[in-house]
Design a binder for this molecule. Sequence first.
Ligand code: 13P
Length: 260
Amino acid sequence: MSKRKPLIAGNWKMYKAGPQAAELANRLKSLVSDITDVDIMVAPPFTVLEIVAEILEGSIIDLGGQDLFWEVEGAYTGEISASMLKAAGCTHAIIGHSERRQYFGETNATVNRKVRAALIGGLIPVVCIGESETERESNQTFSVVQEQLEKGLEGLGSDEVQRITIAYEPVWAIGTGKTATTGQAQEVHEFIRRRMETAHGNSVASAVRILYGGSVKPENTSDLMAMADIDGALVGGASLDADSFATIVRLAMDVVGDKA
Ligand code: 13P
């Protein structure tokens, strides 16, 4: 069996206000109540974190923020700190999602500051990296991913890096229905793991979970999860439907026993 326990994470993005969030959390909680061998995390909008935390208490589902700011506190209108996420019940924080990079000026340097803040604040950073369509077409996939990884994790020690989860999300596959093929995904995941090995050694590289994200749905979960270096999924659209998300979790659990 693989040393790495799969993680299926749901990024709710800017969907689900109060009652809808509560309904989704309640339904999901009951659908995955018998799940073992797979970790589960959902990242709802900030405004419903506490409601969702209360519902998920006593379940195996962890909670994450979709972003955070690197300062501990202060006059930073609109921002959320690591300790605020912690106080709301979060154990994880998604950092550097391509939508944050694309629409809100997130850079590898800001990702780095946020990763440090999350680690100091006792949260598990889920660091998102991935190339755009143009970058893939011009054969820059590996150089882009390498730069995002190196700059995003710059200056961190191996003890810190092993607490991080990476999410490889090719931008062209997000919300488009175009999933990377298993070969395309595995190739980049393996590359990421090799880079981690070069930087931090074998034990860190083989412990770090690398999730795939980009149009993950029940139909493609088993094939993706069967790949040696794919340790889970960061699911957008399909995480908004409790049945689809729970099916993805269940399919990931089925693959666990088959992976060497
Ligand atoms: P979709 O699953 O909707 O493509 O979104 C992926 C994603 O961005 C998860 O963070």
